[in-house]
Ligand binder design. Structure first.
Ligand code: ME8
Length: 636
């Protein structure tokens, strides 16, 4: 089978700025494109903007700007938005570009010459939001169900495309090609629509009313209907009809759309293609709606709109990408909000993935001279040696069927199994026993390999962080197939001495979802008597790495911590056992009071104190660093 892949997003209307719904579909497409590239497919990923039509013309008029200047401005915002979210599209098409308008006129001419276009008077109900006439059946209480507006009654002379003529043929095609429209519910919706007449499609507007559009080649007094124009972007961008890209990519097309534009893509588009003598696309993949955090459809008036760019700035673009990809089964509606993002981020990315990386790095730096160790010869551990192969075999069909959330969850389960392995093997204990050094190398190698494999499989979802993860283990890039091969991390590879924390943990605060009423003012905290800066300067605060942690026998509250303060080892006894498990601490950076008079606690000499914040409910959390800094660094 040829390894060629072509994915498209809808081209977005430039009547308003990009929002999270646009980002959602574009991120899904990006993940698919990256997956296929990583798998050695010759991949082409297309997005762009839809710039003609009444809706855009009206928006430009309302803004008091000439249409071309208006669309230039907003189209550029979409391009910038995709750059900000790390979208790796290969092309960005705009329907006002000459490479597109030329193809639209050419296809219209062909269909006209074949006798599939005629002129007629038409009367119907038009929804400007959808940019199409709605049938009585589609209305809900007289309104457009997508836009909640009453369509306008219109009567005018239009050119028509003989769409009805292709109804039986289209039905047959859908019936004999189960993959053509997915998920199945949408396929059934279209099959049921096709049981009744679909009518012919009005494909022009009089220029006297809508001057903004592509002129019909045979009648300059009409412009092309925006959907007939827009759908053709998918082939014009490939250089249809003669372009090499068209020949190569078109037979492998996956169109990603939201359910709001199902009919145009599942009925208008294939019949247009058939009439123009162009082969059909391969698959139409239909996504559901994103809902606000309250479970209602996002809308500005309800105030439940989530801004993807603010989230991406605050938490990082890979965090947003991960959340949207992991949270919702494609095809279904689902609620998204900041709180959910933070929870998902902390649990999966900061705890399961990032923390394991920090812990293994700390041990490699301390006990393995900062290089990836050599595993014992011939030792095949259950944790990873065949896991990569099994995982990839599971992931391929999941990705093919757009079950991206399930594919990600499989990888995360693997990462959780690595965490269990790490905790069970307790390499920090092995490190202390000179007879166990080979075993220590084997265990740490397993975890490094596991992280390498997970990073490859997660790369389409979180491209920047996946690379950062590997870099902090001294590793470069791999192909998807190399996730299935065990042992590709070369023993002896030096790992960088310093690496930024992969996923710094966030507090689960969500200002956008906070209750409308202001929370009661916190009581004033009694503050101790003032001290001078010189007095404060006497306290020597330092960054330290937790190297080992253990319970203090017969003391429920105490842990004994071994700290590395930049080449200098310290023991500190700390009363944090109620809040922290010993196995969760090695690899963490803490802040320690380095010049505190040593004291003996339960027979152990404690040489300092680590800082923790505690609230009046008794909740305690260790003071940490926002970004990684070398052990021994001064805190002031
Ligand atoms: O329809 N949830 O453009 P458009 C999920 N120009 N996805 C959403 C969404 C939401 N709440 N809101 C929007 C058009 N989308 C035409 C397309 S294609 C030849 C022409 C996504 O700007 C989803 O992919 O209204 C939807 O189909 C698309 O944005 C509509 O974008």
């Amino acid at each position: 089978m040829s390894k060629v892949f072509y994915a498209t997003t809808p081209i977005y209307y430039v009547n308003a700025d990009p929002h999270i719904g646009h980002a959602y579909t574009t991120i899904i497409g990006d993940c698919l494109a990256r997956w296929h590239r990583l798998d050695g497919y010759d991949t082409h990923y297309l997005t762009g903007t839809d710039e003609h039509g009444e809706k855009i013309f009206q928006a430009a008029q309302a803004a008091g700007v000439a249409p071309q200047a208006f669309v230039d401005q907003i189209s550029a915002r979409f391009e910038r938005a995709w750059e900000a979210l790390g979208i790796s599209h290969d092309d960005f098409i705009r329907t006002t570009q000459e490479r597109h308008t030329r193809v639209v006129r050419q296809v219209l001419q062909t269909v006209h010459e074949r006798g599939d276009i005629y002129y007629d008077e038409y009367e119907g109900l038009y929804c400007v939001g959808c940019e199409r006439f709605l049938t009585d059946k589609e209305l809900v209480e007289g309104k457009c169900p997508t836009h909640q507006t009453t369509p306008e009654a219109r009567r005018e002379g239009n050119y028509f495309f003989r769409m009805e003529k292709y109804r039986a043929w289209l039905t047959e095609h859908i019936q004999t090609h189960p993959e053509f429209i997915q998920p199945e519910g949408y396929r059934n919706e279209i099959l049921s629509m096709l049981r009744e007449s679909i009518g012919d499609l009005s494909i022009s507007r009089p220029r006297s009313r809508v001057p903004w559009g592509i002129h019909l080649p045979w009648d300059e007094s009409h412009v092309t209907y925006v959907w007939f124009d827009a759908l053709l972007n998918y082939v014009s961008a490939l250089g249809f009809p003669a372009g090499e890209r068209f020949t190569k990519y078109w037979p492998h097309t996956w169109h990603l759309i939201g359910k709001d534009i199902l009919k145009t893509h599942a009925v208008f588009w294939p019949t247009m293609l058939q009439a123009a003598g162009i082969p059909l696309y391969q698959r139409l993949l239909v996504g559901g709606y994103l809902l606000g955090p309250d479970g209602r459809k996002m809308s500005k008036s309800l105030g439940n709109v989530v801004d993807p760019f603010a989230l991406s700035q605050k938490y990082g673009r890979d965090a947003l990408r991960y959340f949207l990809l992991r949270e919702l089964p494609y095809g279904q509606d689902g609620a998204v909000g900041e709180k959910g993002l933070v929870e998902r981020y902390n649990a999966d990315l900061a705890n399961d993935l990032g923390n394991l990386l920090s812990r293994v790095r700390a041990l490699l730096l301390r006990h393995c001279k900062g290089v990836i160790p050599q595993p014992a010869p011939g030792e095949a551990e259950a944790a990873t040696s065949t896991a990569g192969q099994a995982l990839l075999a599971k992931l391929r069909p999941l990705v093919h069927n757009l079950r991206l959330y399930a594919a990600i969850e499989e990888v995360l389960q693997f990462v959780r199994s690595l965490n269990r392995y790490f905790n069970d093997q307790a390499p920090w204990k092995l490190a202390k026993d000179p007879a166990q050094q080979e075993r220590l190398g084997t265990v740490l190698y397993q975890v490094v390999e596991g992280l390498r494999i997970a990073s490859i499989l997660l790369e389409p979802a979180i491209p920047d962080k996946a690379r950062q993860l590997r870099q902090s283990l001294g590793l470069g890039d791999y192909t998807l197939g190399q996730a299935a091969e065990w042992g590709l991390a070369p023993a002896g590879t030096p790992i960088p001495a310093e690496a930024p924390i992969l996923f710094p943990k966030f507090e689960a605060e969500a200002p956008a979802e906070a209750p409308a009423e202001a929370p009661p003012a916190a009581p004033a905290v009694p503050v101790k008597a003032p001290i001078t800066i010189d007095e404060f300067g006497k306290v020597d605060l330092r960054v330290a790495l937790v190297v080992a942690a253990a319970k203090v026998p017969k003391a429920d509250k105490l842990l004994k911590l071994t700290l590395d303060m930049g080449g200098q080892e310290r023991t500190v006894v700390s009363g944090i056992a109620q809040w922290y498990k010993p196995e969760d601490l090695p690899g963490r950076k803490v802040v320690v009071v380095a010049n505190l008079q040593p004291v003996k606690l339960r027979g152990i000499l404690s040489e300092g104190m680590i800082l923790a914040a505690v609230d009046d409910q008794g909740n305690l959390t260790l003071v940490g660093l926002d970004q990684d800094l070398a052990s021994g660094a001064e805190v002031r």
